[in-house]
Write a new protein. Structure first.
Length: 89
């Protein structure tokens, strides 16, 4: 299953490494990634494949929320089918 992820925070060293390491540890494959810094605000959007993971989507979601809380990151993940349905005209 594919999912869309966003990460925002005050820019600092190690944000990409921390998030991508967690995903790798959980067996989540990153299919596409884009990041930028605008006026000191870091933003990253990822397309990930959770079907390669032995963890459920809810477990991945919980782990990301926990990482976000401990590292002061705003992390959101949503199944791509739901994302596409919400944005269909």
């Amino acid at each position: 299953m594919k999912a869309i992820m966003t990460v925002t925070a005050q820019d600092r060293v190690g944000i990409i490494a921390g998030v991508c390491s967690l995903l790798a540890d959980m067996g989540v494959n990153i299919l596409d990634i884009s990041q930028t810094v605008m006026q000191g605000i870091f933003t990253m959007t990822l397309l990930v494949d959770t079907s390669t993971s032995s963890h459920t989507f809810d477990e991945i979601h919980s782990a990301l929320l926990k990482r976000g809380e401990t590292e002061h990151l705003n992390i959101h993940i949503q199944r791509s089918d739901i994302f596409e349905a919400m944005h269909r005209v």
